[in-house]
Design a protein around this ligand. Sequence first.
Ligand code: PSU
Ligand code: MN
Length: 308
Amino acid sequence: MTVPHPRLTLTDEVRAALHDGRPVVALESTIISHGMPYPQNVEMATQVEEIVREGGAVPATVAVLHGRPCVGLTPAQLELLATSKDVTKASVRDLAYVMARGGHGATTVAATMRLAALAGISVFVTGGIGGVHRGAPVTFDISADLTELAATDVAVISAGVKSILDIGLTLETLETLGVPVLGYGTDDFPAFYSRSSGFPSPMRVDSAREIAAVMHARWDLGISGGVSVANPVPEADEIPASRMDGIIEQALDEMEKAGISGKAATPYLLGRIVELTDGASLRTNIALVKNNARLGARIATEYAGCST
Ligand code: PSU
Ligand code: MN
């Protein structure tokens, strides 16, 4: 049984599941507000919640609404995140500020991990994690997702790291931070839109049960920090790296010319890539999040000891 932090607002469904030790899967909200256009964003969020339910777990989308950190959202709250212009992209450093002002915040991987952990949730599904940006040796632009993975006991299921980032430096940094990176059913670390990044997966697992065993082993021993699970996009939905490379180069080039950097970088690039691929990248993005939700529900079920 888990007692969530008293400052959190939980839905009755999430509170009851946590109380009973039933599987719960956290979901982020930056992907809704800043990662995809409307209405695909709210459709994706709703369908992903359904997939988690079909998998036997309770979905808990995380966001700050009217200054309150919420774990589990209503359909109306998902719609607000998907449509409102008054939603701040909130990483860990932004949480307190958004709360103090009574505003709305869509939580990144880092902020979602932190709030999930405070609620007592151990499994979190997203699309792609942030990482070390290209040019980071000069700009120092390294996502707080990585430092959060170093610190917070949550397993994060993603489709790997997009090549808008420096994938090699991201993997090196995760190693330095002591974060296990598990390739699910693959020896190749996946690159979000593509099944292979050209970098080997540091560790390989082939079942949800093995992933749950890694989580138990790490945290039972008192090693704090997350576990990164990299689940390749299904073959039918992938865009080969050879096709993405030129598009990503163009988007990065245009971003530099437009003088966009910092927290605006990832949302800009995602939006531009959707345009440059005529929507194909959005279809791939939605497909891989759903694929991650199916795996996340299985991991949460195994971890809770509820598998049959
Ligand atoms: N990658 C995606 N879609 C997203 C993000 C990353 O494919 O929506 C979001 C996630 O919320 C991630 C955040 O945590 O971008 C990373 O932003 P930054 O690099 O500013 O930390
Ligand atoms: Mn950044």
